[in-house]
Design a protein around this ligand. Structure first.
Ligand code: FCB
Length: 461
């Protein structure tokens, strides 16, 4: 993703005076949570038999990650999950969304399992439940085992079967205790960034590879849903999609077409097929060669909820030389932006919630929302992240407007519990409610953690 501090310009003025949104009219039982993902926090990359994943490979390629950072240690959550659960208890969250690292439980992606890796998630799940926090498990947050990448990864149609077998392992092992399970985190993002724009693992820039991966990830989703439904009694199965308005920069027809193509790839290529058995018109012809008879029915399996990750609008303009005809653009300087250059636009969040509700007709859980900054610990040993508080307050209020407008929103998870490894930006961007000092692994709850705890307490009914 773009946006260094220099590109981002000055941070917006602190708007800390607004009242915390009144949630008294919200549905009873509204779920408040926090989200993380395995590669971004676990560390322990070589511990206890974990195999290499595509991110272990990618971070070692020169120039890929800011400062040459890696997830080798990250937040050392693999060894400190109890401390992190204690932080969640202080927040008062009802749920914790995490991902299982496929290479930790199946070091070569399939075949022999890794007992120590499987034990780790047993401990995590049991300790969460003991703390009264519901585990929400995501099967895939971008860390494909390298051994499977070597066999073609998502470009291979066999990947659907590999993923279904992995899902079966997870379901058999944890399905007695974990009921909320997501197949993929943001397939629209990792396929575009990993196979076309070359900003993420596996670091490919090839339109045909992208289309193959798109279809196979969709097939893998459908296959995993069937397995989870069979093996987990009472399962509540969903998929998690990043969804943002795609805004054309420039006023030519070609710019509008470019933004529509970005919208098709980013917002619709996965949920439209998974929920309504149709590829977006912009992609239908291109994807045709990779489909076999019956595939749409294999992909479109009944789901229980829609996981929405939302941050801010994204921008495109026409570029005839680009593989999909659009150039990805930074937010224009006229848009209010966060310290890392992402647009601040709570109204878009409200509209996206209403749009997802109308289009897909599923209960919505906001599985990620939050903001990144670069704030250090201050002289008093605190992190006064008032811009994060203002951001969250505005977005929670917008969610209230969507609820009032009829959107069936059932829960909200802040990204993220901890500062963590932010993909290409490495450790240079901090998204946590809790600050992590990477040299000492000391955790310091930020001002926003206290604000969020207060919001949750105030909403308890
Ligand atoms: C989302 C990713 C998550 C994190 C946030 C900031 O797209 O799912 O891992 O990087 O953005």
């Amino acid at each position: 993703m773009p946006a260094t501090e220099a590109e981002a310009g000055p941070a917006p003025a602190v708007v800390d005076a607004a009242p915390t949104p009144d949630t008294s009219a919200w549905p009873a039982g509204f779920l408040w949570g926090v989200s993380t993902s395995a590669y971004q926090i676990e560390g322990g990359a070589r511990d206890d038999g974990r195999g290499p994943g595509i991110w272990d490979t990618y971070v070692r390629q020169r120039g890929r990650i800011a400062n040459g950072d890696t997830g080798d240690v990250a937040c050392d959550h693999y060894h400190r999950h109890r401390e992190d659960i204690a932080l969640m208890r202080e927040l008062g969250v009802g749920a914790y969304r995490f991902s299982v690292a496929w290479p930790r439980v199946l070091p070569r992606g399939r075949g022999a399992t890794n007992a120590a890796g499987l034990d780790f998630y047993d401990r995590l799940i049991d300790d969460l439940l003991a703390a009264g926090i519901e585990p929400w498990l995501c099967l895939y947050h971008w860390d494909l085992p390298q051994a499977l990448q070597d066999l073609g990864g998502w470009e291979a149609r066999d990947s659907a079967g590999w993923f279904a077998d992995y899902a079966a392992l997870v379901a058999r092992r944890y399905g007695d205790r974990v009921k909320h399970i997501a197949t993929f985190n943001e397939p629209g993002v990792f396929t575009l960034f990993g196979f076309v724009l070359d900003w993420q693992a596996p670091g490919i820039r090839d339109r045909a590879a992208y289309l193959r991966a798109m279809h196979h990830v969709n097939l893998a989703h459908g296959a995993a849903v069937d397995v989870l439904r069979d093996l987990v009694p009472g399962a509540r199965i969903g998929a998690i999609h990043n969804r943002q308005p795609c805004v054309p920069l420039g006023d030519q027809d070609a710019d509008r077409a470019a933004a529509r193509m970005l919208d098709a790839c980013w917002n619709r290529a996965f949920p439209d097929v998974q929920i309504d058995a149709a590829y977006p018109a912009e992609l239908a012809a291109a994807i045709e060669p990779y489909q076999q008879a019956g595939d749409l029915a294999r992909i479109c399996r009944p789901l229980d909820w829609f996981g929405l990750n939302h941050y801010s609008p994204i921008y495109a303009r026409a570029d005839a030389t680009a593989p999909l005809g659009f150039a990805w653009c930074d937010a224009p300087a006229t848009v209010p932006r966060t310290a890392i250059g992402w647009g601040i636009d709570p109204e878009s969040f409200r509209d996206t919630l209403l749009d997802v509700h109308r289009r897909y007709r599923l209960p919505i859980y906001v599985t990620e929302n939050g903001t990144g900054d670069i704030l250090p610990v201050d002289a008093r040993g605190e992190v006064a992240d008032h811009d994060r508080i203002a951001f969250l307050r505005g977005y929670v209020a917008a969610m209230g407007e969507a609820l009032a407008g009829g959107a069936d929103v059932r829960g909200y998870f802040v990204w993220s519990l901890l500062d963590n490894f932010e993909w290409g930006a490495g450790y240079s961007q901090r998204f946590g409610l809790v600050h992590v000092d990477y040299a000492t692994q000391r955790r310091i709850p930020k001002a926003s953690a206290r604000w969020y705890a207060g919001l949750i307490r105030g909403s308890a009914r």
